[in-house]
Design a protein around this ligand. Structure first.
Ligand code: MIC
Ligand code: SF4
Length: 645
């Protein structure tokens, strides 16, 4: 009998496996070849890296990007940038300056290599799956550990084959493929899974198009997404002058998959995710009479050269509707410079577009908040309530084609109504200029790491005690995002290096009194529904609640990265044994667990008493021995230090 073939995913995981078996759900440890950080998660990650105490990064390559916190309304962000620059220089890390572009776009262009592993302190790290990397988003502490030479621990994923057939019709784009998947599978449909793309349809998609899909695979809750490395990959790497990085890799012909999903590309139409979730997807034509106030084009999802050339071709010689504000942020300096040189930028400006720098910008509420009650169309990947900076704005996620068409008409517009579709070719050569990527110092001993007043030491948690008690500080529903738990935006993001200051904003949009109450009650518990903590990798959504004294989150289920972050910072992620108990517990109820360490040691479910209601509940947990140990020690940093002593 012929042995079973391997998926591309399992081939790469196998070649990087350090511990464990590749059986879905089992904990494995893999070697990380490369890491990336961005400035909003990077300061914490590097403070943690310093605490680990190695003199030089242990990876093949680590890059520190500045792309999120670039709206410098006070000294904080610029101070943090200087910290990150000097630290990178000292520890052997490349530093991509503000203005060089969004981490995922620049990483794809300059550092994506088929077959390698990448760990990034940003949930959209899977973008690099577009060139055949296993690229995973994680909390900053996990990235710090990888930079220190440690393995990355994860649950071996189920592998889903997304079999693409046919070819996209005119005006339909890669964005519509991933929106269709979100429509079918929802924002929790990918938890515990890696999505591997295959089938004839793959051949028609360029690397930047593939990267749109792997980028937004994060919104499925997936561990990551990956495309095979083939002629299209070679074409892209050649154009980036990196032919030597090419290797053809794909799944075995007889590869086995846990699930197969078929998509006929030729049957797809322009799609849109309605407010306030990326899986709230309908056909654009169903939204046609909705008036638009703002159109924002950019983000790590849709800001490639081809994307902006498409927009320029649609807007050429025309004017943006008088009631629409159109903002465009090119994904990288490479893209920006190329559209400037070939005249496309002039077309965009002439049409009435407002051009921003190459950063995340409006995607994370760093400027361009829409007006009250506005309809804002965005080519981004997340439309969570309030993320734009305006709580009552309605954000729709769409393709660049739909964005440009709607900017012209002033209404949500199916781009197929515009006539002949523009044809945009991938350039044979991209303009290469890595001068904004700074090399580390050759004399690291002489580099002093700069620390501005914004950088405060990391709070450390005490060990878990046998008995824990406290009030239910907050009860929330399903699909709570990390944007609910720890909001971003131009006011709060500059406080990312200062946990006492940022913790004042925990759950601000859900319950503005949360932080004060948590401090007054000396901590307590959070009760949640399904998929708690979906969205970003920001460990501040665990670190700040930890600072406020949150001891456990009891939920129906958790999102992957946030679950790992809770463990890393010593907060117990517990799961209802009986989901009906969710309805019995209310805010302010007093909960107590009397034998938690004994129960964890015996791997038994934990018993909680509701002293207010005089009830008992059993909560489960899905923790390995390693994770239980981390929680008992009060977090991964404590555990690492104690295991060294
Ligand atoms: C996001 O898109 O939500 C972010 C901002 O890029 C986050 C990281 C962060 O919060 O700093 C992410 O996706 O992980
Ligand atoms: Fe930046 Fe938005 Fe991408 Fe996050 S999703 S990395 S904020 S562009």
């Amino acid at each position: 009998m012929q042995p079973q073939g391997l998926s591309l995913t399992y081939k790469i995981l196998k070649s990087h496996l350090i511990k464990g078996n590749l059986t879905p759900g089992e904990e494995i440890a893999i070697k990380i070849d490369r890491t990336l950080t961005q400035d909003a998660t990077g300061t914490m990650a590097y403070l943690q890296f310093e605490a680990i105490g190695v003199p030089h990064v242990q990876t093949d390559l680590s890059v520190s990007y500045i792309d999120h916190n670039t709206l410098q309304t006070g000294f904080e962000n610029a101070d943090d940038h200087k910290f990150l620059q000097t630290l990178a220089s000292k520890y052997g890390i490349l530093y991509s300056k503000a203005g060089n572009g969004i981490c995922h776009q620049v990483n794809l262009e300059r550092f994506g290599v088929p077959g390698k592993t990448l760990l990034g302190s940003d949930s959209h790290t899977p973008t690099a799956g577009g060139v055949g990397m296993i690229a995973i988003g994680a909390g900053g502490l996990d990235v710090a550990v990888a930079m220190g030479g440690g393995a990355f621990y994860m649950a071996a994923p189920k592998v889903v084959l997304v079999k693409l057939s046919g070819k996209l019709q005119d005006w339909v784009s890669a964005k519509d493929i991933i929106l269709e998947l979100l429509r079918r599978l929802t924002v929790k449909g990918g938890v515990g899974k890696i999505f591997e793309y295959g089938g004839e349809g793959v051949k028609s998609l360029s690397v930047p198009e593939r990267a749109v899909i792997t980028n937004m695979g994060a919104e499925l809750g997936a561990t990551t997404s990956i495309f095979p490395s083939d002629e299209k990959t070679l074409e892209f790497l050649k154009a980036e002058n990196r032919t030597e990085d090419y290797a053809a890799i794909s799944a075995d012909d007889n590869a086995v998959y846990d699930e197969v999903i078929a998509i006929d590309l030729s049957s797809l139409e322009p799609m849109a995710a309605k407010p306030h979730m990326p899986d709230n997807v309908v056909k654009v034509k169903e939204l046609k009479d909705i008036k638009v106030d703002q159109v924002a084009i950019g983000s790590c999802t849709n800001s490639s050269y081809a994307d902006l050339m498409t927009v320029a071709a649609i807007l050429k010689g025309k004017k943006v509707h008088p009631d629409v504000s159109l903002v465009i942020s090119p994904g990288s300096k490479q893209v920006y410079e190329m559209i400037a040189k070939n005249g496309a930028l002039a077309e965009l400006i002439s049409s009435g577009a407002r051009i921003l720098e190459s950063t995340c910008g409006p995607c994370i509420g760093m400027g361009q908040a829409p007006r009250s009650g506005a309809v804002s169309l965005r080519t981004f990947n997340r439309n969570f309530e309030g993320r734009s900076g305006t709580k009552d704005a309605s954000i729709y996620l769409i393709s660049v084609q739909t964005a440009a068409a709607s900017a012209l008409t002033g209404y949500i517009t199916d781009p197929r109504t515009l006539g002949k579709a523009p044809e945009i070719k991938m350039p044979e050569k991209f303009d290469i200029d890595d001068s904004m990527i700074l090399q580390p110092s050759t004399e690291p001993e002489n580099v002093e790491v700069y620390r501005g007043p914004n950088i405060k030491p990391l709070p450390i948690k005490e060990k878990l005690s046998e008995s824990i008690s406290g009030k239910v500080l907050l009860k929330v529903g399903d699909n709570i995002t990390t944007d609910h738990i720890m909001p971003a935006g131009s006011k709060i993001l500059p406080l990312r290096s200062n946990i006492p200051a940022i913790s004042k904003y925990v759950f601000e949009s859900v319950d503005p009194d949360f932080s004060e109450r948590a401090l007054k009650e000396k901590g307590g518990f959070i009760i949640a529904g399904e998929n708690y903590g979906q969205g970003s990798s920001r460990e501040h959504a665990a670190l700040a609640p930890m600072y406020l004294g949150v001891k456990a989150v009891i939920a129906k289920s958790f999102a992957r990265i946030h679950f790992a972050n809770l463990v890393n910072f010593g907060i117990l992620p517990l799961i209802f044994d009986n989901p009906a108990d969710y309805d019995k517990i209310n805010q302010d109820d007093l909960l107590e667990a009397q034998n938690i360490i004994r129960e964890l040691n015996e791997k038994k479910p934990v018993k909680f008493i509701n002293k207010t209601k005089k009830e008992e509940y059993i909560f489960k947990y899905n923790l390995t021995d390693r994770q239980i140990n981390i929680i008992k020690e009060g977090g991964l940093l404590n555990e690492t230090k104690n295991s060294k002593n």
